[in-house]
Design a protein. Structure first.
Length: 418
């Protein structure tokens, strides 16, 4: 029996989603035994880890064809092409095209370019329809790709291109198929999710898509939204938060910082008070709402007072699930040319933010004790609540099911149930 391709995925959920599409494309092309590394470029550390992974995979698979793709390959193809371990480098657009994989197949007749990376900014469509979600129990559906904004610290638009949306009708049909397959929860995902629709006729908004999904797929028990930019949230999305119990009460916010001056230097489109106002409004509409957030520690020119503003944001916005990023410069971005914060200070501030996040999680979990909650099971002994808290069961549960249970306590960063 032929060996299946080996995939190593770095970075975000969208990358993981695209790996599933590539798996089908690579297998259809006959790339048995090939090693494919789907890289991330969000930080310098992410690129370093990708290169480390490539070297290890080559050692473990000495005779295999090794292909590198993803955001780091898109933004710096030459640096990966120079690695002796790498056979081919393909871009983020090329990785979703069947002809790319056909050209890498052993029986391909013709000359194959070692580097296939074109101008991502020229791409006008996204390939969100290629697969019907991924995940064993929770399906992720790509509805948007790319980003039109140019935050001074971010390399991602150069890896993903400009914002482009999957039409609502395609999304709805995809979710209907997922529900028919037995999925109880669907997560909408993208690079800049709240920009969905700006490139479509009539320029619908994300709230329009959410309301349409909930109306046209009545059998979908749970709809979840991944990371959003709160300043772009539209009235219909706020209405859905207020009136649609099937929309999960958990939003992950792209906040990045708590000081206005740093937000301006980041070229963000919101200020501190905008973030606080949004979370206050969402909590009025849905009191059980929980928030996650991305926050960068040690952005260039950040003083201790600026950092304190970020630390206070955890309480002021009632944040629970923090993704803390110690700032690392990305060559080619404006922030990389700004006066840097010393490395030890960045590390210490990131640790303080993480500690604040851990305390917020502990408070949230403690408040759930004794409550009856509905949990989507991800394994026989583990699942997640509507607010995305992890629950560990004392006895086996059916996988992929919605189980109502009483929370008996906490253990570390998760809840416990009977």
């Amino acid at each position: 029996m032929a060996e299946a391709p080996i995939f190593s995925t770095h970075g975000c959920r969208l990358n993981a989603y695209e790996t599933e599409a590539m798996r089908e494309l690579a297998e259809s092309a006959g790339l048995q035994g090939a090693v494919i590394v789907n890289t991330c470029a969000v930080t310098a550390e992410a690129v370093r880890k990708a290169r480390q992974d490539i070297r290890k995979l080559r050692r473990d698979n000495p005779g295999a064809k090794l292909i590198v793709t993803g955001c780091a390959a898109q933004t710096a193809p030459e640096s990966f092409a120079e690695m002796p371990e790498v056979d081919h480098v393909i871009g983020n657009t090329e990785k979703m095209q069947p002809q790319t994989w056909a050209s890498l197949a052993p029986d391909f007749i013709g000359e194959t370019e070692r580097v296939q990376v074109n101008d991502i900014m020229s791409v006008t469509e996204t390939a969100g329809h290629l697969i019907d979600g991924f995940g064993r129990h929770r399906a992720y559906v790509q509805v948007q790709n790319g980003c039109d904004h140019r935050c001074t610290f971010c390399i991602i638009p150069f890896g993903r291109g400009n914002s482009r949306s999957v039409p609502a009708g395609v999304v709805v049909e995809q979710i209907k198929r997922l529900v028919d397959k037995g999925f109880n929860e669907v997560v909408l995902t993208g690079v800049d999710l709240t920009s969905w629709g700006a490139d479509l006729p009539a320029q619908p908004r994300l709230g329009d898509l959410v309301m349409r999904i909930l109306k046209l797929v009545p059998d979908l028990p749970r709809l979840r939204i991944s990371s959003i930019d709160s300043i772009e949230v539209d009235d219909n999305l706020m209405q859905a938060i207020a009136t649609e119990p099937r929309l999960m009460p958990h939003l992950h916010l792209s906040l990045q910082h708590g000081a206005d001056l740093i937000l301006k230097r980041m070229k963000r489109r919101h200020l501190r008070d905008d973030a606080i106002r949004f979370t206050e409004e969402a909590l009025k509409l849905r009191p059980e709402m929980t928030f996650g957030a991305d926050i960068i520690a040690g952005f260039p020119t950040e003083t201790e007072a600026h950092f304190e503003d970020s630390l206070k944001l955890v309480e002021d916005c009632r944040l629970t699930w923090l993704h803390v990023f110690p700032y690392s410069p990305r060559p080619g971005t404006p922030a990389a040319r700004m006066p840097a914060v010393p490395g030890p200070a960045i590390k210490a501030r990131a640790a303080r933010l993480r500690a604040a996040g851990e305390a917020a999680v502990a408070r949230h979990l403690a408040a759930q004790q004794g409550r009856s909650l509905t949990v989507l099971t991800e394994s026989p002994r583990m699942g997640r609540t509507e607010q995305f808290a992890e629950v560990h069961f004392a006895s086996h549960q059916p996988e992929g099911a919605l189980v109502t249970t009483t929370i008996t306590g906490t253990s570390g960063a998760h809840l416990t149930a009977a």
